[in-house]
Design a binder for this molecule. Structure first.
Ligand SMILES: Nc1ncnc2c1ncn2[C@@H]1O[C@H](COP(=O)(O)OP(=O)(O)OP(=O)(O)O)[C@@H](O)[C@H]1O
Length: 875
């Protein structure tokens, strides 16, 4: 192996799970499998390092590497940056190279990250038998949180939490195998419900309290972790410690902005499990081709700042559960709705606020250039106006943000007085420090400036002296300053010119005078860049000393932005303030609209949204609405709308309705649509039943439960039986406010027995040209299903439609004959089945269990009589 290859192999062995970006002069080169992968992912040309073509290679220019790196990170790759540690000019042998940084999807801080979304790195820490810690960290903002779960379902709760947070990278103990630990089926490799591209195993010992706790204390310079709320929460602390360990191992710089950690507990908020977050399309569309327009996030996002947008996203995933907090925000929004002028002034001021958190993170991790720091400074400059505008509002929610608001005028002044007005992107060539900031720097700049002027003057003078009008004085980084003379004029070159370099058409010379100026200019420049870098480093320290204050200010700005955004939205779309009830289990909406569907119809100019009302009352009933009606009628929309309005109200946002009253909901459960999970080895039906089981086992009377077309994934009678029993269980045992949409019309009969069940139907009209959907939700059961009519609208061949109608008629006839209106009554569970079990079955069973050979003629007659009466009794 050549020394070069030895160097490469060492880097690779130290970072086996990374692509090695190997710096060679002006390029980063990749070799072997890395080269093959990267050339495919980034469409780069694959070459070879050797003649035998046994070492595939591809490369990217170092100055353009950032974009390539970002693309690879988004695809889930990890990258080790192996840099040249010596100047190639100063060493005779091969230059020393070292991996100086490891870049991973979860530790990215680059400017191309989506600004309205956190970039979460997460860890899962199994501690003891049934405790799991979960920690998440957004290195690009410094947001760092941890929680833990204990008990028999700790693992699934932890997975659910991770599913909700949707990290881009998950750190786990190396030997953790949920199958072997009996948490999942032995052969299950995926963690259910989690779509994390990058899973990063870390040595097991990192996930121990003995290591992780002191590590955290050391990082935060504290004697205990109690101040973060971590007392007694070892699993959470271990998960957090593992993240700090991991981030440090990637050599990401000093991490000064990572100055706090928050212990949080699920339960302090309206709980939304990962399934509901997905089904309700809160932040992501269910199907990628739909685009973000179908998400609630998109419909609600009118925030001006990236911090506001990120807060909106996390508020959506964790709406509040405390009436006082919700009302405080609603009061604040209400006040801002009332004053267009003040609201607009505040929003205009917020428009000038850039991503404070991410800029700070870049400064902290030493990847901020002069332009980033200036951007941070200018943003700080916008804060006094933001404060002044926000302070015009008097509601408590505003006062809590404006009183004690730190506009960081000192940090602002430090930056603006230091960084030049139009600085270059990088530090390399200087020119980013204000004149007047440092006397020595100014002097050196004048020196190098006058040197340059003198050189310009030399060109003029030498042209005159030699009579060569094409004579040029130029500079390049290898040869320094030179006088260039074309071949044709060489005979006019004076004797004091010294030859430096020969080109095809010209010769380059120098003179003692030129050399002298060159030295002066270059040393002055070098020295001035050094001073500039020193001043920049001092400025960085000053800014970082204010990191804690800056983060608090960023938090307040985000909240102001969110509230002003909610107010803007309410005014723009005619949303109203929901009324939060402190007692009871009420959920009442008058003329509510689905915020996303309403927008979609508006934008597509394809009709108006038909508002619908709803009344649920867990205490005095009705607590369960059973919704029937044709396909495409609007059942799912009605269900989803019910959930979205609750989520919006509990975020402190106004809602699309004429009136809304809500006793707070503790948790929203959804069983909507068939999410295909076949790739994970679970059938559609199995997924549906698992989700339903979770609801029936954990919903409370304060929950909101949405069940859409439950039971359709299996044989009709099985499905109907399960749906039937589920409705009874929800109604009799749980009492949760429930919306149950179904195509099993048989279920509507339950209203005779279940006092709090109300039948609703979505209205439609039959016309001569087919069925028309009115999207109006009315009282009463649907009297007919229109499956065949809808199928016709979808374009099924007429022959199939006609045949389907025939078959349907036959079926209905048969069913009428056997059912003949038998309404099941609860005390006789056996009879309940009769509504959908053909009655002859009982007789068939009786006959089958009879041994004719052992019957006397008398017994046979008795049996016949019994069967006859059975038949008559049922008829
Ligand atoms: N209230 C409404 N006003 C206007 N349009 C609506 C309304 N509700 C639903 N729609 C439109 O009707 C379409 C179908 O609605 P939805 O999916 O809710 O029907 P569904 O009854 O659940 O159908 P299926 O039983 O086939 O699942 C929606 O995409 C929407 O565009």
């Amino acid at each position: 192996m050549t020394p070069f290859m030895r160097q490469y192999t060492a880097a690779q062995q130290a970072h086996p799970d990374c692509l090695i970006f190997f710096r060679m002069g002006d390029f980063y080169e990749l070799f072997y499998d890395d080269a093959v992968k990267v050339s495919r992912e980034l469409q780069l040309t694959l070459t070879a390092r050797d003649k035998q073509k046994s070492v595939p290679m591809c490369g990217v220019p170092y100055h353009a590497a950032e974009t390539y790196i970002q693309r690879l990170l988004r695809k889930g790759y990890r990258i080790a940056m192996c840099e040249q540690m010596e100047d190639p000019k100063t060493v005779k042998t091969i230059v020393r190279r070292e991996v100086v940084r490891v870049l991973t999807p979860g530790t990215a801080i680059d400017p191309s990250l989506g600004s309205d979304e956190n970039n979460f790195l997460a860890s899962l820490a199994p501690v003891g038998k049934d405790a799991f810690g979960v920690a998440v960290l957004d290195l690009s903002t410094g947001d760092f949180r941890a929680t833990e779960f204990r008990g028999t379902d700790a693992f699934s709760l932890a997975l659910d939490e991770l599913g909700r947070l949707r990290p881009v990278e998950l750190v786990l103990p190396e030997s953790f195998h949920p199958g072997k630990a009996g948490l999942l089926a032995d052969d299950e490799v995926e963690l259910p419900g989690l779509e994390v591209r990058t899973r990063t195993p870390v040595e097991d010992w990192v996930f121990t309290a003995d290591y992780a706790l002191p590590l955290l204390q050391g990082h935060f310079h504290t004697h205990s972790l109690d101040g973060f709320g971590l007392a007694g929460h070892t699993a959470a602390a271990v998960a957090a410690g593992a993240l700090v360990h991991y981030v440090r191992s990637t050599k990401q710089g000093e991490l000064q902005h990572l100055d706090g950690l928050k212990y949080y507990q699920r339960g302090g908020s309206l709980e939304l499990d990962a399934v509901s977050v997905r089904n309700l399309e809160l932040v992501e569309p269910l199907w990628t081709q739909e685009g973000v327009e179908s998400t609630l996030f998109h419909a609600l996002d009118t925030c001006c700042t990236p911090m506001g947008k990120r807060l909106l996203r996390s508020a959506l995933l964790r709406p509040m559960a405390d009436a006082a907090c919700i009302n405080r925000r609603l009061d604040a929004v209400d006040e801002a709705v009332g004053s267009l002028r003040l609201r607009e002034q505040l929003r205009r001021a917020l428009d000038n606020v850039l991503d404070l958190e991410r800029l700070l993170a870049r400064v902290s991790m030493d990847s901020a250039g002069p332009r980033d720091v200036l951007a941070l400074g200018r943003t700080l400059g916008a804060l006094p106006t933001v404060l002044a505008e926000a302070a015009a509002f008097k509601a408590e929610g505003w006062q809590m943000l404006t009183s004690g608001f730190d506009a960081l005028t000192d940090a602002y002044a430090a930056i603006i007085n230091t960084i030049a007005e139009e600085p270059p992107v990088t530090l390399a060539d200087g020119g980013f420090i204000q004149p007047g900031r440092d006397a020595e720097l100014d002097e050196l700049r004048t020196l190098s400036q006058s040197g340059r002027q003198s050189i310009a003057a030399i060109e003029e003078r030498e042209r005159e002296r030699t009579g060569i009008s094409s004579l040029k004085v130029r500079y390049n980084s290898v040869f320094g300053y030179y006088i260039e003379i074309t071949k044709a004029n060489l005979n006019s070159v004076p004797a004091d010119y010294e030859r430096k370099q020969t080109l095809v058409n010209a010769e380059r010379f120098t003179t003692p005078e030129l050399k002298e100026y060159e030295t002066k200019i270059l040393t002055a420049h070098e020295r001035s860049v050094e001073i500039e870098k020193r001043i920049f480093a001092e400025l960085r320290t000053t800014v970082l000393a204010a990191a804690h204050r800056l983060k608090e200010t960023a938090r307040r700005v985000a909240e102001m932005d969110l509230m002003a955004g909610f107010a803007h939205l309410a005014a723009l779309r005619n949303y109203i303030r929901p009324q939060i009830e402190l007692e009871g289990c009420i959920y009442e909406v008058v003329n509510g609209r689905h915020p996303v569907v309403e927008r979609r119809l508006e934008l597509a100019a394809s009709g108006r949204f038909h508002p619908n009302s709803m009344h649920l009352d867990g205490v005095e009933g009705p607590s369960l609405l059973l919704i029937t009606g044709p396909n495409m009628g609007g059942k799912s929309t009605y269900l989803r709308q019910a959930a979205l309005l609750v989520i919006m109200a509990q975020m402190g946002c106004f809602v699309p309705a004429e009136r809304m009253r809500l006793s707070l909901v503790d948790r929203v459960y959804t069983r909507i649509g068939a999410t295909d999970n076949v790739s994970r080895g679970r059938s559609t039906f199995m997924v549906e039943m698992t989700e339903t089981a979770a609801i029936l086992n954990t919903a409370t009377e304060r929950s909101l439960v949405l069940l859409d077309e439950m039971g359709r994934g299996t044989a009709t009678y099985d499905g109907l039986s399960l749906a039937w029993a589920t409705v009874e269980h929800l109604h009799n045992r749980i009492g949760a406010r429930t919306l149950f949409a179904t195509h099993y019309h048989e279920l509507t009969l339950l209203s005779d027995q279940l006092s709090k069940l109300e039948n609703l139907r979505v209205a439609c009209k039959e016309t001569s040209t087919g069925i028309v959907f009115l999207h109006a939700v009315e009282r009463g059961p649907a009297n007919k299903s229109y499956g065949i009519d809808v199928a016709r609208l979808a374009g099924l061949p007429q022959t199939v439609i006609d045949r389907a109608r025939d078959v349907l008629r036959l079926h209905e006839k048969a069913e009428n004959a056997s059912v003949r209106g038998a309404i099941p009554a609860p005390p006789q569970p056996a009879l309940q089945m009769t509504i959908f079990t053909p009655l002859s079955q009982k007789i068939v069973d009786r006959l089958q269990e009879t041994d004719i050979n052992s019957l006397t003629p008398m017994q046979a007659l008795q049996l016949l009589d019994e069967l006859k009466r059975e038949l008559e009794g049922q008829a």
